[in-house]
Design a protein. Structure first.
Length: 138
């Protein structure tokens, strides 16, 4: 019923591989896509007709608990979103249940990253006088 994966109900038959070698993240994603979404979307469409307010209101199920990435993948996603200024440090911290940084330090999406950036703004990276290499040799 509802396409629940056998691994989720602990009914693995004949010592079969738990998910055909797929990790739990892939199994959960498949469960949401093939088991929950068809039913959830139908319920959401019905509720949409019943809830007053037209396009200003909506209902939706939250499947994020089933679709959570493993820690390494989520860290990679967080880093890319941080570098691309898509999410702030405080938004990433909030998604993990952590408190924001003090004094609003995590609110600016353009806060410099911890890196080897030059404290002189690059002035120390200028070519030496007389050429491109050390001592003026090309």
């Amino acid at each position: 019923m509802f396409n629940v994966p056998q691994i989720r109900i602990q009914a693995i038959i004949d010592n079969a591989s738990q998910g055909g070698g797929a990790g739990l993240e892939q199994i959960d994603g498949s469960y949401v896509a093939h088991g929950l979404l068809p039913h959830g979307n139908a319920i959401e469409r019905c509720w949409k007709k019943l809830i007053p307010g037209g396009g200003r209101t909506w209902s939706a199920f939250d499947y994020s608990e089933f679709l959570r990435a493993d820690e390494k993948t989520q860290s990679d996603i967080d880093q890319k979103q941080r570098v691309g200024a898509i999410r702030t440090i405080d938004e990433i911290r909030a998604s993990k249940g952590w408190d924001p940084l003090p004094d609003g330090q995590g609110e600016n999406p353009f806060t410099p990253l911890n890196s080897n950036a030059s404290p002189t703004g690059g002035a120390d990276n200028q070519p030496t006088p007389g050429g491109q290499g050390e001592g003026g040799t090309p």
